[in-house]
Design a protein around this ligand. Sequence first.
Ligand SMILES: N[C@@H](CCC(=O)N[C@@H](CS)C(=O)NCC(=O)O)C(=O)O
Length: 417
Amino acid sequence: MVEIALREAKVEYTFYEVDLQNKPSWFVDKVNPVGKVPAITYGGPVVPPNEPSPASFKLAESLVILEFIIDLFPEANLLPRDPVERASARFLVNLFAEKLRTAYINVLVNRASTQEFITAIDELQKYMPPPGDNKGPQQRIKPLIYGAEDLPTAVYLTHLAKTDMLASHRSLHLEMTPQITLYTTKSSPFGHYVEIALREARADYSVYEVDLVNKPPWYTDKVNPAGKVPAISYGGSPAPADAPSPSSFKLAESLVILDFIIDIFPESNLLPIDPVARASTRFLLNLFSTTLRTACMSIAAFRGSPEEVLDAIDKLQVHMPAPGSGRFVTGDTFTSVDAVAAAYLLRFDRCLERDIGSFPEGEGVKAYHVLRTSERFTRYRAYLATLAKRESVKASFPEEKVLAQLGHFWVGNRAFA
Ligand SMILES: N[C@@H](CCC(=O)N[C@@H](CS)C(=O)NCC(=O)O)C(=O)O
């Protein structure tokens, strides 16, 4: 996938095939400490690929590399430039990547039935171009408007449209700022980091709290067919939140929404502008969100041990700012990484303190004690304190309400043991 993107962007690049059976130690030492492919080196002096220079920028994680290529070569049109079209395309990249990767791993690694391939392809077919439709890169994508009949017909990387980002940004700022409604549930960490980002961006937005226990049918019909929170509606004709206008743009998937907020509020500094700094921040965003989400799902739903939370925090501590610095993960600026970290870390802290989780009774409090007292977690504690006093974080976290909801869901999952 990375190589296809490089070729589409007509980039000159060197290819080095890493033998995964017999992984060379220089690859782990000097390119990707995690040892996985793909990884890239960018810049620095010209050197043989198996002797990478410390001066070059190294980047891993295929989807993060893809975004880096998109940022470096905007003229390749791997993603449209208009923020709404861009978000629709990212939604699909996320959907395709997730569905196909899961099927791929299940069938090829976990020996699941090949039927999983068929199911995944079938689910994605509605997004593929109709047979005989060969308009290629010229084809414009239609914004993905749920509830409207025109779902996009051809949307995938090279089929994407060329639009003028500057023009669209100008028109966004000239017109009245479009309305933004955030559909969320206060207990949701996904919804929380989206709301933190909206606040950091000083966006004018309203919140509609969706009752997940008694989900209103209009939500699935008119906002998010997957029925999950968070989702947003953007623009469109004025309408009450519970009767959203078909003309507003609807977007789901918290990380895709985060990117959309970053695109429409570039001055928010939630992601740096420089492509290399941007890619490093995206790498950390990916690392924090996957690591913390896995630990969270484990204690929330799968009766995992709070030890998993401790391990996840410990793994990320190296990226947390030095105690006493009052800084954030990437330096002096609060970025999307900190938004994600705040949403999860606050929930871990408050839930473990009150023993809220699907783990056996008493284990949460034990883990809380370790987090609060052990020298191993000094860095974490300082960072958590910095996050907890950030205005955007505080204002979007009604603690008692969140804990009441999480107590209901998470402790409820203990019962199924
Ligand atoms: N991948 C989604 C996950 C969203 C998600 O799982 N949300 C949960 C709440 S934390 C939800 O809406 N669950 C209700 C349901 O699935 O019906 C995202 O990042 O937005």
